[in-house]
Design a protein around this ligand. Structure first.
Ligand code: NAD
Ligand code: UD1
Length: 346
């Protein structure tokens, strides 16, 4: 199949491009490089020995998107493009709602006008909110989000679900019988095993694994662990850390499923295995051959104590299951960070 990846030069998109190409699919990418670099796509081509059609565009620019989509006519769109920094979304809610919601509405309009039917969307476990108790299953009610970024995911899920519902009753229109797959990611981490592509956050990382990596490589002095007084075995929060290449392979299966079915499916992409902050600190120290320096600090506002997936639906529906553990996650994150201490150097 031919897949068009919006935001395909970003962290998860670039790894998914590798997995799609390796599975024998064609890939086109649309990105405005707001949070990424063209270099990531060059490296995708280097890893796979295959070429990617690249378009520099804002996915919310309807006339440009329509032209690109009309030229490509992809079998499936995988919609990664979006702003994703939780803290920044609290400072700049309007920018977050504008960018994340507009890109989705624009894609749906273009799809309807061009008769394109299949879309896979990057959602997040954040939509489970604070009140559900893990493991999270897809049929739990969505919860209340603690920040605008989370709400954009919540709303985009709703918009896509409503558009699908309407299309099912519209047998004459171009988008009759849309196929929508909403993928709820848990905590994507790690890098491609080559060390050529990986996560390259701008400025001070907000997320745990990039922060640990930068401490290990000497760019930061120490990690602050946000609270060790939670009701968990070591007092620190637990998460479901999923290797980005497992996640990428999950997208290949999801895109293939999406192109072959109609309707809306919500699918968790996680491992089902929780690890604490201190588990990750220890595993990273083992991978890089020296302990990662850390201090205990106060809790971070908005953190949930526990989050992990029930990963059964992905296994049943897609035949997909994560195969890499925290050892591989830390090994590959370290390979990427140590061979690219300044990321892509943009
Ligand atoms: P990323 O920032 O590395 O990738 C997003 C890409 O989208 C970037 O290349 C950026 O330049 C591009 N982009 C943003 N707005 C755009 C626009 N209007 N037009 C064109 N391109 C645009 O982020 P990522 O970690 O790869 O995340 C991909 C998707 O997965 C996002 O939607 C994110 O919210 C979602 N997600 C990520 C995580 C995570 O932990 N990384 C977890 C859950 C969900
Ligand atoms: C965060 C976001 C979530 C988003 C996800 C993307 C918040 C509240 N949640 O999830 O909406 O979908 O990123 O991956 O921001 N930690 C430290 N020290 C650090 C950084 C993190 O101790 O410097 C701890 C956190 O308290 C948490 C764990 O590490 O317990 C993981 O944190 P992080 O990587 O930011 O992911 P989430 O909080 O799960």
């Amino acid at each position: 199949m031919k897949a068009l990846l919006t935001g395909g030069a970003g962290y998860i998109g670039s790894h998914t491009a590798v997995a799609m190409l390796e599975a024998g699919h064609e890939v086109a990418v649309v990105d405005n490089y707001y949070n990424s670099s063209e270099e990531a796509i060059r490296r995708v081509e280097k890893i796979t020995g295959k070429s990617v059609s690249m378009y520099e565009a804002d996915v919310a620019d309807k006339s440009k998107m329509k032209e690109i989509l009309a030229g490509e006519m992809p079998d499936c769109i995988i919609h990664f493009a979006g702003l994703k920094a939780v803290g920044e979304s609290v400072e700049k809610p309007v920018e977050y709602y504008r960018n994340n919601i507009d890109t989705t509405l624009t894609l749906l309009e273009c799809m309807k006008e061009l008769g394109l039917g299949n879309i896979v969307f990057s959602s997040s476990a954040t939509v489970y909110g604070e009140d559900n108790i893990p493991p999270f299953t897809e049929n739990m009610p969505k919860g209340s989000c603690t920040n605008p970024y989370g709400w954009t995911k919540w709303m985009q899920e709703q918009i896509l679900t409503d558009a699908q519902k309407a299309s099912a009753g519209d047998a004459s229109g171009g988008s009759a019988g849309l196929s929508v797959v909403l993928l709820r990611y848990f905590n994507p981490v790690g890098a491609h095993e080559s060390g050529l592509i990986g996560e390259d956050p701008k400025g001070i990382p907000n997320n745990l694994m990039p922060y640990i990596s930068q401490v290990a490589v000497g760019r930061r002095d120490h990690l602050t662990v946000f609270g060790n007084d939670y009701d968990t075995p070591d007092g620190t929060c637990r998460r479901d850390y999923i290797h980005v290449m497992d996640l990428a392979e999950g997208h290949v299966k999801a895109a293939e499923y999406c192109a072959a079915h109609k309707g809306t499916e919500v699918i968790n992409l996680g491992t089902g295995e929780p690890y604490s902050v201190l588990d990750m600190v220890k595993a990273f120290g083992e991978a890089c051959g020296k302990p990662v320096k850390y201090e205990i600090g106060p809790r971070r506002a908005g953190d949930v104590q526990d989050s992990w997936a029930d990963a059964d639906k992905a296994k049943e529906l897609l035949g997909w299951k994560a195969s890499r553990g925290i050892r591989e996650i830390c090994r590959d994150a370290w390979k990427w960070q140590s061979s690219n201490p300044e990321g892509y150097g943009k």
